[in-house]
Design a protein around this ligand. Sequence first.
Ligand code: NDP
Length: 435
Amino acid sequence: QSRNPAEPEFYQAVHEVVESLAPFIVENPVLMKNKILERMAEPERVIMFRVPWLDDRGEVQINRGFRVQMNSAIGPYKGGIRFHASVNLGILKFLAFEQVFKNSLTSLPMGGGKGGSDFNPKGKSDNEVMKFCQSFITELHRHIGPNLDVPAGDIGVGGREVAYMFGQYKRLRNEFTGTFTGKGLDFGGSPLRPEATGFGTVYFAQEMLKTRNDSFKGKTVAISGSGNVAQYAAQKVIELGGTVVTFSDSNGSIYDPKGITTEKLEYVMMLKNAIRGRIKEYAEKYPEAEYWEGSRPWKAKCDIALPCATQNELNGDDAQVLVENGCYCVAEGANMPSTPEAIKVFHDRKILYGPGKAANAGGVAVSGLEMSQNSMRLQWTPEEVDAKLHSIMINIHETCVKNGTDASGYVNYVNGANISGFHKVANAMLAQGLV
Ligand code: NDP
């Protein structure tokens, strides 16, 4: 902790992995001697830079940009870009560290990275977002490339922002390469990339439920967030016969006991993606729904919970309330949304709990498929990509069960994901020597 002061999220992420791996590593002298875990917890490179831009009033604005290039043992750095006022180095280091294990779990050849800025896109005009993205890439372009580091979206970075960044990258480099994923379908994007994280989370949860001969059919599902991951997780739950009853944003949550239908979901997509409104407006349009100002959705009675907003959005008390209300399956669409205290409640109560680095790996998996399509200069159909995504999620689930089942038969998916993700990266690092 003294080595990384003021980086509590990074410390939390590393601590969890060390807890899972320690018993295995201490019995393996080669891993101990080569300090593999210590090396994995140190980024290969961190780039931190000034992002100056002019707002619509002609005033100078300064933000801070980052790219954390964590580990390239098994492939080019790969991971999203986050634009949110809360972004700092510690948060991006935690995300980049998790990304290394997640990318390895997908079985595709991708290293781990993450980047972003404390730029807050809320309330900014399209023109301001474009100017910011152009300035951000004017510096970052020299540190990324199709065989070096391939960024994508994350919180505050969707199709619009990726397109602006890609446009500026192409202009500065004078070449058209697959350096970003999450691009528009007309310029190298993969079908199903927008849906991939949400769909993948539900596919993973579906596999978890199957271990108890269960399914989404007829189940009540609480979802947090109302952005990219939350929207497509909801779409897939509805398709599978479940009833979604909540959404949230950073101001509050809505609870619709009658269920968020396909038509209501279309409204949420329009509200969040086109007019960039607040989730509160859902309760104004649909009076059967309640709006809980400043509150998370976890007090809603549900069978399954899918946290899809942000880190540490579900604490020990929330977990207790969820479990007491009958929730028995939690699959994380977001990165590290459950605090260590919440995870302890899930494990102590032996409910199904799928951590983000396994459950939300579908997004980066389809990004990997986008890289392959770009290299081959072709585009697969949505059905082909969906089939590959589904089989990758089934495979990740199987690997977690294999490495995470304890003596009592309970599957600890945290251990399963950490151990499975670690092997390939550690072996590659050992083979490549002290680099
Ligand atoms: P979006 O920006 O599309 O949506 C984020 C959602 O979370 C919004 O509803 C936002 O509300 C809410 N939110 C953000 N910060 C907070 C906060 N501090 N407190 C409460 N709510 C908050 O992002 P994504 O859907 O892409 O990402 C959601 C999560 O999924 C993140 O943890 C991300 O790292 C993870 N993830 C995303 C992947 C992807 O492919 N996009 C891949 C793998 C993981 P508001 O509108 O008020 O900001």
